[in-house]
Design a protein around this ligand. Structure first.
Ligand code: ADE
Ligand code: ZN
Length: 324
């Protein structure tokens, strides 16, 4: 199964740029920005990077975020992600970028865009095509939504395909962001909010109804509502399932207990993804292997999961055909 999974041309639809930074990348950034206080010694950094709980995840996430000062740092991050993807035969990825957080940290929009563009060109040279999802950090409220939308629509960088919403879900209703998603959709961006990762099925309903979600980030809790599952199947709305992330953040107790089994049995379009891979000790190949093992999937069922991701992507049809 391992070599079969490796050989599949794969697509990743849910990975956060800041959350993709591996130890090598963070070491490079920490040595470039020693004032950030992030360990510059590999063994110490590996200890710092060992997941303990969700609060610790946030601490490391913000430490990485704080070292991103300019174009070179963004370039380093994108190239590090592309190298990880290339090693796993991942040919295409839709990468979530949260521009508002970088702007808040004092980076100029031009520096961010220059790093994304040069990183994307370097990734293409490695055989990995990258597209961008610009997402609203939900915890920053409507101001974050306004700035994210303005940045996306005014800059409209090459490769930008979608508009998202991340961060906490509890206390951050999806519906308040409807006008921003309407405007993004009118401008041709696809709607891909997180929903049902850390809250119940009502959040997924709101993502579908209020934000007209074309895919759902996570969607873990959908199986608590059979009518919602039926709706997702009927409308063909794919889920970006991130099994290891859900286990590590304690949303589910194990991959075997993950509702991905019920999702597949019900006919939901399931795609497998990593979310914040090095933080959770995840790789895309590892997600396929873990789910295949826990659910005792056949080779053709595993291939179907990879095909789902190609079909659920926002690639043009011609490129989809090449990857199927
Ligand atoms: N941003 C980075 N990782 C995230 C996650 N797991 N859920 C929501 N927003 C995120
Ligand atoms: Zn996510």
């Amino acid at each position: 199964m391992r070599s079969f999974v490796h050989a599949l041309p794969k697509v990743e639809l849910h990975v956060h740029l800041v959350g993709s930074a591996g130890v090598d990348t963070v070491l490079e950034l920490a040595r470039r920005h020693p004032e950030a206080g992030v360990p510059t010694d590999r063994a110490e950094l590996e200890r710092f990077y060992t997941f303990r709980d969700f609060d610790h995840f946030l601490k490391v996430y913000w430490a990485v975020q704080s070292m991103l000062k300019g174009r070179d740092d963004i370039h380093t991050l994108v190239v590090g992600l592309a190298a990880d993807l290339a090693r796993q035969n991942v040919r295409y990825a839709e990468v979530t970028v949260t521009p508002y957080n970088h702007l808040l940290d004092g980076m100029s929009g031009d520096e961010l865009l220059a790093g994304l563009a040069s990183g994307r060109a370097a990734a293409a040279a490695m055989g990995v095509e990258l597209a961008w999802c610009f997402d609203i950090p939900g915890e920053k409220g409507l101001e974050g939504a306004r700035e994210t939308l303005a940045f996306a629509l005014h800059e409209r960088p090459e490769g930008l395909v979608s508009f998202g919403l991340g961060g906490p879900e509890v206390g951050v209703g999806r519906a308040q962001f409807a006008p921003f998603f309407d405007a993004a959709r009118d401008a041709g961006l696809h709607s891909v909010p997180h929903a049902g990762e850390t809250s119940g099925p009502e959040t997924i309903w709101s993502a579908v109804r209020d934000l007209r979600a074309e895919r759902i980030g996570h969607g873990t809790s959908c199986t608590q509502d059979p009518a919602l599952v039926e709706h997702l199947v009927l409308k063909g709305i794919p889920l970006e399932v991130c099994p290891t992330s859900n286990v590590r953040t304690q949303q589910v107790s194990s991959i075997a207990e993950h509702p991905v089994r019920q999702m597949l049995d019900a006919g939901v379009v399931v795609t497998l993804n990593t979310d914040d891979p090095p933080f959770f000790g995840a790789t895309l190949e590892g997600e396929y292997l873990a789910v295949a093992s826990a659910l005792e999937l056949s080779h053709s069922e595993v291939a179907r999961l990879a095909e789902n991701a190609v079909l659920a992507s926002f690639l043009p049809n011609q490129r989809k055909t090449e990857l199927l």
